[in-house]
Design a protein around this ligand. Sequence first.
Ligand code: UD1
Ligand code: CA
Length: 487
Amino acid sequence: MSANRPAAVVVLAAGEGTRMKSATPKVLHSICGRSLVGHVVAAARELGPEELVVVVGHAREQVTAHLSEIDPGVRTAVQHEQNGTGHAVRMALEELAKKAGGEPVDGTVVVVCGDTPLLTGGTLRGLADAHTADGNAVTVLTAVVPDSTGYGRIVRDPADGAVTAIVEHKDATDAQRAINEINSGVFAFDGRLLADALGKVRTDNSQGEEYLTDVLGILREAGHRVGAAVADDHREILGINNRVQLAEARRLLNERLLRAAMLSGVTVVDPATTWVDVTVTFEPDALIHPGTQLHGATHLAANAEVGPNCTLTDTAVGEGARVTNAVADGAQVGAGASVGPFAYLRPGTKLGRKAKAGTYVEMKNADIGEGTKVPHLSYVGDATIGDQTNIGAASVFVNYDGVAKHHTTIGSHCRTGSDNMFVAPVTVGDGAYTAAGSVITKDVPPGSLAVARGQQRNIEGWVARKRPGSAAARAAQAAREAPEDEL
Ligand code: UD1
Ligand code: CA
């Protein structure tokens, strides 16, 4: 970790985010498997700050509960009324001062907005380092963007290019609105000077708010050094105010994640239709076909092949396994195993090496042994199946009696017939066979054949009597009259 640890990082997350038009607070909307504020907190952590404070206000119980779930080390400061970004930072500094016996924070305070999820730890590090190296009172992260609508504009001195002020879009003149260098909302401050300047921020602007951005002008007028660091990639500072920007940020972050995966040896056939969470991991030579979504703790081992059209959540796909047109949640797919097309693996499914969950197969809480196959049209719930067993087509593990779930155990090297119902709790021993169409309600000893179905009865001449003159009757008549050798 760099020696240059900031005293605090303050994340602003008290706003409602009215432009999202949502019952969910803006910073809790998520992209790539993590909330907006979660992305910002993760980037902030990379700076190794002594304190990480998130300012909460709108829906603060919900936001606070979320924060303690994702990062219990986060402190919160409450901003009861959203009187602006300057007011929000003031609340954070008051919270920090409480702990320090009323003393203002000494050292660097980095401020970031909770709605800029693409910001990286590396960019924050660059800003903090430039701030310290230049001995600034404040350093603002800026970016040159194609469309600056809505952002605060960076006003520079025409003579020496120094930043003189930040003017909010709503307060800007037409000439200022033409400026395409904008405030990212990320700053590094000298803690003591920040506390002092915040006391001088006024609310005589179009929104009647305390703007954090006014601190720059205040510090400059007091003769302090004000610096700016221009972001290398303006897309990193995209602030989310509405759902169009939410989708844009998701696409950009997804591209970044897939790019890293590809550079580490993963083949992504169609990055435009492949979506991954930040928590997904890969081994080299994994291959992803189009239309695939990978979520949570999903892991693709070497040579695993997934897709097209798969949605995998918290699922581990073993080496060389093949998963196609499938949905899986909380499943483990063994090395060389095969899933789909059109399979649904639910939590607790564990497919052994070279096992198979084939077409129109649903599994839940099922432990399937090595080389065991469930190829067609079956439901396997609450079951343990041994190795090298074959389950006939259209079988159902009848696990629910309407009140409780029960378990079925099937041994190794079994051959169960098609259209079997295994009425749990029931056990089929190793090497046993069951007849097609059986309803298995009693345990089957190892090596036995179980037959549990009605006897077939043929009623001779029924069609001729009951359907005289019909096509069926004529066909039957012709078949009976045909000479022996034609049959
Ligand atoms: C802000 C900046 C603008 C910058 C832009 C970058 C100000 C005055 N404006 O504008 O210069 O270009 O971010 O994205 O700083 N918040 C609070 N309490 C408040 C108000 C806001 O915690 O009272 C939080 C919000 O939850 C949000 C962040 O501060 O996470 C920014 O607020 P937002 O309303 O989105 O500011 P912008 O108008 O985007
Ligand atoms: Ca914003």
